[in-house]
Design a protein around this ligand. Structure first.
Ligand SMILES: Cc1cc2nc3c(=O)[nH]c(=O)nc-3n(C[C@H](O)[C@H](O)[C@H](O)COP(=O)(O)O)c2cc1C
Length: 163
């Protein structure tokens, strides 16, 4: 199974989850190419069976220019675009499966979910109507990840590969 894993991360937490998911996928025989969302092209390479997208939750959804500026002001790495820009433009061939994950401060309605926001955009565009979503928790704006999240991410990667 060929997997494209696209990740947005400002403080490194979502990237750590992506690494663990990639490990789980590989353990089940998946071949994973990981790209920062800024480097991901709108055209998904031919031969990809599964696209996994990960992003941090900002203001209950996907990051915007304004929320990214706040992250940068709080010490995050610099960057210009995020997952919203990618899901707005990505082209997916029929049959390519999609799974989306995010990092959130809690799994409650109040936190919102970048993954659900991304899945909604894809569904609205007529792509990946049934994208699976999953959230992983951090302690605060900069993290760290809450205990057990890396193991949970690895298990989710294994689960995705078995689908
Ligand atoms: C501007 C801004 C807004 C945020 N809004 C939310 C939010 O609405 N819900 C939430 O759960 N976390 C929110 N967070 C915290 C993020 O969940 C946290 O920064 C992220 O998971 C860290 O991932 P990263 O290290 O990959 O950037 C926000 C963070 C920033 C910088």
């Amino acid at each position: 199974m060929e997997v494209l894993l696209v990740v947005e991360s400002w403080f490194g937490n979502t990237r750590t989850i992506a690494d663990a998911i990639a490990q789980g996928l590989s353990q089940q025989g998946g071949r994973v190419q990981m790209l920062n969302v800024e480097d991901a092209l709108a055209e998904v390479p031919a031969g990809v069976d599964l696209v996994v997208l990960g992003a941090p939750t900002h203001n209950r959804g996907l990051s915007t220019t304004a929320t990214r500026q706040k992250a940068i002001a709080a010490g995050a790495k610099h960057g210009a675009t995020g997952a919203q820009e990618w899901v707005d433009t990505v082209q997916l061939r029929d049959g390519v499966k999609v799974a989306v994950f995010d990092t959130v401060t809690s799994k409650s309605w109040f936190s919102g979910s970048a993954a659900k926001a991304a899945a909604r955009t894809l569904a609205r565009r007529g792509l990946a109507a049934a994208a699976e979503t999953k959230s992983f928790t951090v302690r605060g704006l900069k993290g760290p990840l809450r205990p057990g999240q890396v193991n949970a991410a690895q298990s989710w990667g294994q689960h995705l590969a078995r689908q």
